[in-house]
Ligand binder design. Structure first.
Ligand code: PLP
Length: 369
């Protein structure tokens, strides 16, 4: 029997609601991944990703796998055995970066901040001074587990000033808040399609600066991951080369990504960021009206991911279940240290709209009665 999923409204930490235009693009006829028309599409996707990331980096492309693969691509390509990486952790995903460094044979020097706080630049600066030979600084720009935005521009500048590479996770940031890869001088950046791009999950846009690209091409040893070796992937996605088979690209998912990026371009980056902020403000007003509070300080709060404190005595899982059953509405649970303490309400991409804000506030109001 065919599978027909229920019609949900996705206001969790991702995936977010897929724009119907993107679903239609996904259903278009599959063509070969070396078809000249597909190659043309690939070129357009690269240019659109350069727009979304605000970069001229030639090595900008979608990895054919989810955000975790984008993360892994950055680490396995840039880090070799014996390298030291300063890893900032203020939530779940910084912890995964540490694992990536160690699995690549490197040493991770951790700069830990409380969950719900932004990365502390003074602590980072002290770690840099204590580890002047570190090769890179890795950090999460938009921490999905807490709803915190860190000062990516300042962190990238610290990396540049100290001749270190910057590795930035903006899986949840891209299209929801400002990302300015060239303006900030970020070296290796990865994102995901299932958050503020409102595309289907399973693709990870990445971009590497010239500096990062030259580190990758001048490695001592080959990258231990064949699939994620950018030196090989460049043969398929790279500039000025005959496009050669590396793996079978997820053809239809790339139609979807192209449509998602086209929609972003039509709206405009700044307008997309402004819409995310506007809908966050409306959500905040509604939550305040229900007596609920947000975990994160306004100064470093992500508009697209709202961590909301669970009131004392409330069974948070039961509330989420009621929202799903009564309103077909998905919100997220807390992760790690915040499990049981917060709900995570996403207002990402296509799902960041006034109707969803109203739906969520009304559904929460009746679920909390
Ligand atoms: N980094 C961050 C900040 C994320 O929020 C996520 C997913 O939620 C990931 C990495 C991993 O992405 P994926 O689940 O697509 O592998």
């Amino acid at each position: 029997m065919s599978f027909y999923p229920p019609k949900r409204t996705l206001m969790g930490p991702g995936p977010s609601d897929v724009n119907p235009r993107i679903s239609l693009a996904l259903a278009r006829p599959t063509i070969g991944h070396l078809d000249p028309e597909f190659i043309r599409l690939m070129d357009e996707i690269k240019a659109l990703l350069q727009y979304a990331f605000k970069t001229k980096n030639l090595l900008t492309l979608p990895i054919s796998a989810p955000g975790s693969a984008g993360m892994e691509a950055c680490f396995v390509n840039l880090i070799e055995a014996g390298d030291t990486v300063i890893v900032c952790q203020n939530g779940v995903f910084g912890g995964r970066m540490k694992e990536n460094v160690e699995r690549a044979g490197g040493t991770a020097v951790m700069v830990n901040d409380a969950w719900g706080q932004a990365i502390d630049l003074d602590k980072l600066d002290a770690a840099i001074k204590a580890n002047p030979d570190a090769k890179a600084i890795a950090f999460v720009h938009a921490e999905t587990s807490t709803g915190v935005r860190s000062d990516a521009q300042a962190i990238c500048k610290l990396a540049q000033d100290n001749d270190m590479l910057s590795i930035m996770d903006t899986v949840t940031g891209l299209a929801g808040i400002e990302v300015d890869v060239d303006g900030w001088g970020a070296d290796a950046v990865y994102s995901g399609t299932q958050k503020c791009l409102s595309c289907v999950p399973g693709i990870s846009p990445v971009t590497f600066s010239e500096r990062a690209q030259s580190v990758i091409t001048n490695r001592q040893l080959p990258v231990q991951s064949w699939f994620l070796d950018m030196n090989l992937i460049m043969g398929y996605w790279g500039e000025g080369r005959q496009r050669a088979y590396h793996h079978t690209a997820p053809v239809n998912a790339l139609y979807a990504l192209h449509e998602a990026l086209t929609i972003l371009r039509e709206e405009g980056l700044e307008q997309s960021w402004a819409r995310h902020l506007r809908n966050h403000e409306a959500l905040k007003a509604g939550l305040t009206g229900l007596g609920l509070s947000l975990l994160v300080d306004e100064a470093c709060r992500l508009p697209q991911l709202n961590a909301v404190g669970v009131p004392k005595g409330v069974d948070e899982a039961a509330v989420r279940q009621r929202l799903l059953q009564q309103s077909n509405l998905e919100i997220g649970a807390g992760l790690g240290e915040l499990a049981g303490k917060v709900w995570r309400i996403g207002l990402m991409g296509y799902a960041s709209n006034e109707t969803n804000v109203r739906l969520c506030i009304h559904a929460l109001e009746s679920a909390l009665l």
